[in-house]
Structure formats: C-alpha cells, structure tokens
Design a protein. Structure first.
Length: 256
C-alpha cells in the first residue's frame, strides 16, 4: 500500500472497506496530502470514497459510477446534503486555501447557510477567526449583468466576445459574479455550469460599496444599484481591465 500511494495520484482498491482501512491507517498523514482512495466491492456494485473525499475521491467514485453503473456511496456531509464545500469553492475559484485548518468550521457552516465570498484589497493586515477561510485567488473576475430571461447562449456569446477583446480565453476565467437579484436566472446559472466556474451572487451592500471607484453609468440605478457588472468585478478583483460593455442583453466587465 505504501508503494501504491507513493506511485499513483489515486487508488481504486477492489476489496472490502475494512481491509482498505486497515491497510491505510499507518500511512495516513493529513487530508491535504493523503492520496484519494476509493474502495470497490468485488461484484462492482458500490464505490466508497475512504480517504480524500473532497480531494478527488468523491469525483473518482462518481466517475466510476458513470462508467460502470455502480453506486457511489459518498458520505461527506456537504455532498450528501447537496451543499458546497470549501475545497470545491477554492477549486472553482482557482485559489489556494492559505489557512487549511479553517475547512472544518467552514464546511460545517455550509451545511446551514450560504457562506459569503469577499475580497479585501490591500495593502492591509488582516486578522481572522478560526471560521474564516483565506484564499489566495487567481484568474480573471468576470462581472455579468443581464436582462431578465436571458439565455445561456446569449451569456456565453457575450463572455466570449469580451474575452476576445482583451486577448483572453475561457480557461483564464477564475470566477464570475453578478447581483443577488439574478440568482434565479437560469441562463446565468447554466452558463456558469457550462464553463465550470463558480458564480458569486453579491449583495446590494457589496455592489454599492464600490461607488467610489465605479464611474460608468448604469441602468441598474433604477434598482437602487450603482451598477452590476463593474461593481461585481471591483468587489472581487484587484483592478478593472475591461470596463463594462453591452453585448445584446448581456453586460460584461473583466478584472484581475
């Protein structure tokens, strides 16, 4: 087992969970460095993530389920409840978790509520409690504004057009952001899912707090907002590299 864990990025053990557990115990260090291990019974009816559920084992079990038709017995609380987890959020944001010890409290919080994602712009010194996760982010921030009932195709076409204007591609996107009012817009949700990116829904306070730096007039003022696309970028990015531009019924701004 030691040799297998050193050689391979993931392990599928075709044997009883008990045997896997006894074989693994003395080789485990911490969940951030341990190899993901999935146990599969000899009849190929069930895949059980044993180690590294949030670090690849759950995804591996789901992959086996899609290819072999077996049952993925995922037991991590957030996944079983259909809730996000810190590790997945960091992955979607293309970020590194700086204080990994915060994951337990953050994931417990995710079981009960939506945990807000905020960005602090420096220079600053930040002192955080144990239940605050610090992520070192990367990738572009896309601020998206859209008319009601916009389609996924419209959103994707607008994003591609904006990225093309700054010489970037879809793979360069780190995170997408819009107003909380757009949470039920299927077109935005489907576009984010199609791109494999996290869509952050910012509150009125988060958006309007950017009033000192947001200069482009916006029709969102009719809703009591200084804007959507640009303020969403400025709330999460270091700087705005592409001011908002309308593409049909979709508005896009880009930051980094």
């Amino acid at each position: 087992m030691k040799r297998l864990l050193e050689k391979y990025e993931m392990v599928v053990a075709v044997m009883a969970v008990g045997i896997v557990v006894r074989s693994l115990c003395r080789h485990l260090h911490d969940k951030w460095t341990d190899r993901p291990v999935v146990a599969v019974d000899s009849s190929l009816s069930c895949a059980v993530p044993v180690v590294g559920g949030h670090h690849g084992a759950n995804d591996l079990a789901l992959f086996l389920a899609s290819r072999l038709g077996l049952y993925a017995a995922i037991t991590t609380a957030t996944d079983a409840s259909g809730r996000p987890c810190l590790e997945d959020v960091a992955k979607k944001l293309g970020s590194e978790i700086v204080n990994k010890e915060s994951s337990k409290l953050i994931n417990l919080a995710f079981l009960k509520e939506d945990v807000p994602i905020l960005r602090l712009k420096g220079p600053k010194i930040v002192v955080v409690d144990d239940d605050v996760a610090v992520l070192k982010a990367g990738g572009l921030v896309l601020g998206i504004g859209a008319r009601k009932g916009v389609s996924c195709t419209e959103v994707l076409q607008a994003i591609d057009a904006a990225l093309n204007e700054v010489g970037k591609k879809r793979n360069d996107i780190g995170i997408m952001a819009t107003a909380w009012l757009k949470r039920d817009e299927d077109g935005l949700t489907q576009a984010a899912r199609s791109l494999g990116k996290e869509m952050v829904y910012l509150s009125r306070e988060d958006l309007n707090s950017q009033i000192a730096v947001t200069v482009t007039p916006s029709r969102a003022r009719d809703l009591g907002l200084i804007g959507v696309a640009e303020p969403a970028v400025l709330a999460l990015a270091t700087k705005l590299i592409f001011p908002k531009k309308a593409y049909g019924r979709v508005t896009v701004a880009i930051g980094e």
